[in-house]
Design a protein around this ligand. Structure first.
Ligand SMILES: Nc1ncnc2c1ncn2[C@@H]1O[C@H](COP(=O)(O)OP(=O)(O)O)[C@@H](O)[C@H]1O
Ligand SMILES: [Mg+2]
Length: 330
């Protein structure tokens, strides 16, 4: 387990408590619901846990067209109807048999004792949830013509969901919620956010931005200010910061200087304008609010040392950000 934690500490910035809670759920084979706003690292943490555990892992991206047969499996009509001679050559049994059945991710995860990862579970229709409920509860599913499939030891389910997303989603069935343990993914410490933005920029080859401490401070200050701007309902995800860094990376490699306020403003407008959530009674335009945020960041709008929202309980030493090297002190 120590090896797993070590790998995860390298791959995931902070989130030590959440990692431990999710691992506890997986070890006990209890279905776990990871809930958080966009860009909180829900998908990232699940993918990294799967990699670190090295267990069979099956991913389903929630969508209204994910029918029960897509997750359970289906019979391949060309194999079902194959004549006996051809089937013999292929060494398969035609008709409705395991040979002609194409198992879907749920069946495979159950047969392998693997992890079924359902990304964005609120986008799944309710009839698909019904099949999942039986699998989670009784660890058995029934496949017509083949019979019951019992889950091997190790079969576990992780689901992510965004409670703020309504378009194209269905509320999670009460019965499903009752079967899950819950891990919230709240906003991370701004210094951790800054570190994530830095890593994402390095991974994309924007080293000239990622290694510029002053500029990274400024990008994170813009993200952080969206959490305290009086005209906004809530802050943006760190994806806005990653996008601002990417656009700046491109504009600056074309010879632009990030100190030029119009370059900064254009990058921020591209990255933030559609992501901010403006209060209903505000008459200013989104662009006006983003430019206010950029001016505040340039004037040294303080970066909070603690998340603005109520912190979840933290493990000892959890979330200790790597110290800022050089750069502007605020
Ligand atoms: N704690 C973290 N450590 C490293 N990278 C992170 C972390 N949180 C988020 N990220 C990165 O931020 C981006 C958004 O995360 P993602 O997992 O896609 O969010 P969500 O699924 O909650 O919308 C991704 O590029 C992801 O790699
Ligand atoms: Mg995601």
């Amino acid at each position: 387990m120590d090896e797993v934690l070590k790998k995860l500490e390298k791959a995931v910035v902070g989130r030590r408590v959440e990692v431990r809670l999710i691992l506890a759920a997986l070890r006990s084979e209890t279905p776990v619901l990871i809930e958080g706003d966009v860009g909180r690292g829900k998908t990232k943490i699940c993918m990294e846990i799967a990699k670190a555990l090295g267990r069979p892992f099956y991913r389903v991206d929630g969508a209204p067209d994910i029918t029960p047969s897509k997750i359970v499996g289906w019979f391949d009509p060309s194999l079902v109807l194959m004549n006996a001679e051809e089937a013999e050559k292929l060494g398969i049994k035609p008709g409705f048999s395991w040979d002609t059945f194409v198992p879907g991710p749920l069946t495979r995860a159950m047969l392998d004792g693997g992890i079924l990862f359902i990304n964005e579970g609120t986008r799944l229709p309710s009839d698909t949830w019904n099949v999942l409920l039986t699998a989670m509860d009784e660890r058995v599913i029934h496949i017509p013509k083949l019979g019951g499939v019992r889950a091997k030891k190790g079969f576990s389910v992780i689901v992510t969901a965004n409670p703020m997303e309504y378009a194209g989603t269905y509320p999670l069935p009460e019965a499903a919620i009752d079967r899950f343990v819950w891990v919230p993914m709240r906003r991370q410490d701004p210094l951790e956010e800054r570190e994530i933005i830095k890593r994402e920029l390095l991974a994309r080859g924007y080293d000239h931005i990622a290694k510029n401490d002053e500029l990274l401070d400024l990008i994170e200050a813009c993200v952080d200010l969206t959490y305290r701007h009086p005209d906004l309902v809530s802050g943006v995800s760190l994806r806005a910061g990653i996008h601002m860094g990417i656009v700046l990376g491109e504009l600056c490699s074309e010879g632009g200087d990030w100190r030029n306020e119009s370059i900064l403003l254009n990058a921020a407008l591209m990255a933030f304008t559609k992501k901010i959530r403006v209060r209903d009674d505000v008459t200013k335009t989104r662009e006006q609010i983003v430019s206010e945020i950029v001016s505040m960041a340039l004037r040294g709008g303080a970066v909070a040392q603690e998340p603005s929202s109520e912190p979840f309980f933290r493990a000892k030493g959890a979330g200790t950000p790597s110290p800022r090297r050089g750069g502007r002190r605020r």
